[in-house]
Design a protein around this ligand. Structure first.
Ligand SMILES: NC(=O)c1ccc[n+]([C@@H]2O[C@H](COP(=O)([O-])OP(=O)(O)OC[C@H]3O[C@@H](n4cnc5c(N)ncnc54)[C@H](O)[C@@H]3O)[C@@H](O)[C@H]2O)c1
Length: 231
């Protein structure tokens, strides 16, 4: 399950996991983008009520009207947005919204997924999407930086009995970055050791590593995907 999976890092993650044979559940607020993402993912689709849409049933499960996805084996807390503003200009409601979707969303998602995995005894893996801004702090993102720092510590605190890890991407080329002030990207690029921004697929491959059995003995770890160290 990938939250905020209709585009950007979430969609790239869904595609990468799908290519490796996982069944994917996407959630997103943007219904049209979600529809496009589902079409990109291809066959075996289920609608929001988990009912098979295919006339002859699903090629994978072979049945119709069956609960296709019972247990999320891997849960990626990715959904998010930012409304950048200087601290003195930031509204309290924007602060609350960003904290709520990122930090509380990750807490709720981690709790629900871990609960299910524990009850059913599945060897699951939860991946929380933090950010470099949660490590070094980003101007005009006091809400986002605070939420992402919280996600990193939440990950460590929750990482017992079940695998919970986090990633901290730097600047990745998605629509979220397109919403930055025009002068910001160029200045930031010159500070990156690899001298370029990351691609969503480059984040997705690290999520795949944390989602797969290759990283079975890792929990409470925060991996940076930033094009090199930033302090
Ligand atoms: N792009 C970057 O440079 C970057 C860097 C570090 C961390 N991140 C984090 O990566 C994650 C994905 O970001 P992205 O760059 O792919 O952004 P994006 O804007 O391309 O995609 C985010 C998706 O999340 C969805 N979404 C927003 N709020 C939601 C909610 N409450 N419930 C469900 N879906 C919701 C949006 O509709 C959108 O489809 C975010 O948590 C972001 O903070 C991004």
């Amino acid at each position: 399950m990938v939250t905020g999976g209709a585009r950007g890092i979430g969609l790239a993650t869904a595609l990468t996991l799908s290519e490796q044979g996982s069944n994917i559940v996407l959630t997103d607020l943007d219904a049209a983008a979600l529809e496009r993402a589902a079409a990109t993912l291809g066959e075996g689709r289920c609608d929001g009520r988990l009912r098979c849409e295919l006339p002859r049933g699903c090629p994978r499960c072979g049945k119709r009207r069956r609960r296709y996805f019972r247990v999320p084996g891997r849960y990626v807390n990715n959904a998010g947005f930012t409304r950048d503003a200087k601290m003195r200009m930031m509204t309290e409601s924007d602060f609350d919204d960003v904290i709520s979707v990122h930090l509380k969303g990750a807490w709720l998602g981690t709790r629900a997924a871990a609960d299910t995995m524990r009850k059913l005894g599945t060897q699951g893996s939860i991946i929380n999407v933090s950010s470099l801004s949660g490590k070094i702090g980003t101007a005009r993102q006091t809400h986002h930086s605070a939420a992402k720092a919280g996600i990193a510590r939440l990950t460590k605190a929750a990482a017992a009995g079940i695998r919970v890890n986090a990633i901290q991407p730097g600047i990745i080329r998605t629509e979220m970055v397109g919403s930055l002030r025009p002068d910001v990207p160029e200045k930031k690029r010159s500070e990156i050791p690899l001298t370029r921004f990351g691609e969503p697929e480059e984040v997705a491959s690290v999520v795949l590593f944390l989602a797969s059995g290759i990283s079975n003995y890792m929990t409470g770890i925060i991996l940076e995907i930033t094009g090199g160290p930033h302090a």
